[in-house]
Design a protein around this ligand. Structure first.
Ligand SMILES: [Zn+2]
Length: 332
C-alpha cells in the first residue's frame, strides 16, 4: 500500500480459522471487509453474531463468487459487494461499475488476449486460457502472463456507456475440470454441471467434488443450518439433478453429506474440484487413439463383410426372382 494512503487506513489481518474471529471483527468495526468468498459466506451464515455497524463494502478475492453466495452475503450484510475480477499479478485487471454491476477490463492499461487466435480478449474455450500483459507494473511487468481462468466476455454493448471490454461471467479455474473416459476417448467435464445441480437445491451451502478414479467422483455436500430436506433426500435429488444436467451415466457418483467443508490447508483457499487422477497422459491418449483406430478397422471390416453377403444374397435372390423384378430392393 502506498505510504501516503497508509496514514489513513488501518488494516487488521485475521485468520478465517481463529477461534475469536467474530469477537475480533466486532471489536475492530471495519468499513471494508475483504476475504475469500467461502469465508464471507461462512460469516454471512453467522451474521446474527456479527455487529458491524460501520461496514460499507465487502470485497471477494481469489475465489469465484457464485450468484448463490453473493445473494446470501448481501442479504446478511446489506452493503455493496462488487464482484471485482483481478489476479495477484494484475490487481487492476477490471473495475466494477456500481450502477450496473458490470465488470470492465481496463484495456487502456493492459492487454488481455485469449491464447487462441481470436480478436476478443479471453474468448472462452475449454482448456484455453487468457494472456495478460501488464506494463503498468513498473516493478515487475508481466508479458503474456497465462491466467488459468475460463472467462466469458460479453458481446453486447454495456448500458453504462463504457467501451472497454466487459466480462460476462467467470467460470472458474481452467483446472476445475475432470477428464473422464467413455471407452473410446477422453471427455472434459466442467464444474458447471455440479454447480448447476447444486443450484437446483436450496439446502446446499457448499460442495466439493473429488475425482478418485477416471470415472468415479465423490461429492461432498455441506447443508445449510436448519435445512428442510434430510441428507438422504438431498443425496437423491442431487443425483437426479446431475443426470438432468447430462453428466454421462458411466460416471459413478457417490454423495456424502458432511458437517463442514474446509479450505485447503496450504493455500487457505477452498477448492470445489479436486482430481486425484489428473488429465490423461499422452500414452493413454495414444492408447485411446489406437483403440479408436481398432474400432474403426473392425467397423470397416464388418461393413465390407455385410456388403459381400448383400451382393451374394442379391445375386441369389435376383436369380430366384428374375421373373418378378430385375433386382431386389431389400436383402435378407
Ligand atoms: Zn458498463
Amino acid at each position: 500500500m502506498p505510504e501516503i494512503v497508509g496514514n489513513f487506513v488501518h488494516i487488521q489481518r485475521l485468520s478465517s480459522v481463529q477461534s475469536d474471529l467474530i469477537e475480533r471483527l466486532n471489536e475492530f468495526q471495519p468499513n471494508v471487509l475483504v476475504s475469500y468468498a467461502s469465508v464471507l459466506e461462512a460469516l454471512a451464515i453467522q451474521s446474527n453474531k456479527l455487529h458491524l455497524n460501520n461496514l460499507r463494502q465487502i470485497a471477494n478475492i481469489s475465489e469465484q463468487l457464485t450468484p448463490r453466495a453473493g445473494k446470501r452475503i448481501q442479504e446478511a450484510f446489506h452493503v455493496a459487494l462488487p464482484d471485482h475480477y483481478a489476479t495477484g499479478e494484475c490487481l487492476l485487471l477490471s473495475n466494477v461499475v456500481r450502477r450496473t454491476a458490470a465488470r470492465h477490463i481496463n484495456a487502456d492499461w493492459l492487454f488481455s488476449r485469449s491464447s487462441t487466435r481470436t480478436t476478443a480478449p479471453f474468448r472462452r474455450a475449454v482448456g484455453q486460457k487468457g494472456l495478460v500483459t501488464n506494463l503498468a507494473n513498473t516493478v515487475q511487468p508481466f508479458i503474456r502472463y497465462e491466467v488459468g481462468d475460463q472467462v466469458m466476455m460479453a458481446v453486447e454493448p454495456c448500458s453504462c456507456g463504457s467501451r472497454l471490454p466487459r466480462i460476462d461471467h467467470v467460470e472458474g479455474r481452467a483446472a476445475e475440470t475432470f477428464w473422464i473416459f467413455d471407452g473410446m476417448r477422453h471427455q472434459l467435464v466442467s464444474g458447471g454441471i455440479f454447480n448447476a445441480a447444486v443450484d437446483s437445491l436450496k439446502e446446499i451451502r457448499e460442495w466439493q467434488a473429488i475425482q478418485t478414479e477416471r470415472n468415479r467422483v465423490n461429492v461432498r455436500l455441506e447443508l445449510l443450518p436448519n435445512a428442510a430436506m434430510t441428507p438422504t433426500a438431498v443425496r437423491t435429488a442431487f443425483l437426479h439433478a446431475l443426470t438432468a444436467h447430462e453428466l454421462p451415466g458411466y460416471v459413478t457418483v457417490e454423495v456424502e453429506v458432511v458437517s463442514a467443508l474446509l479450505s485447503d490447508q496450504v493455500t487457505s483457499k477452498f477448492r470445489r474440484m479436486i482430481s486425484e487422477v489428473g488429465p490423461p497422459t499422452i500414452r493413454r491418449c495414444n492408447l485411446a487413439y489406437r483403440r479408436g483406430l481398432q474400432g474403426l478397422h473392425r467397423l470397416v471390416s464388418y461393413a465390407a463383410h455385410v456388403a459381400r453377403r448383400a451382393i451374394v444374397a442379391g445375386i441369389l435372390v435376383s436369380t430366384w426372382s428374375s421373373s418378378v423384378s430385375s433386382w431386389p430392393t431389400t436383402t435378407a
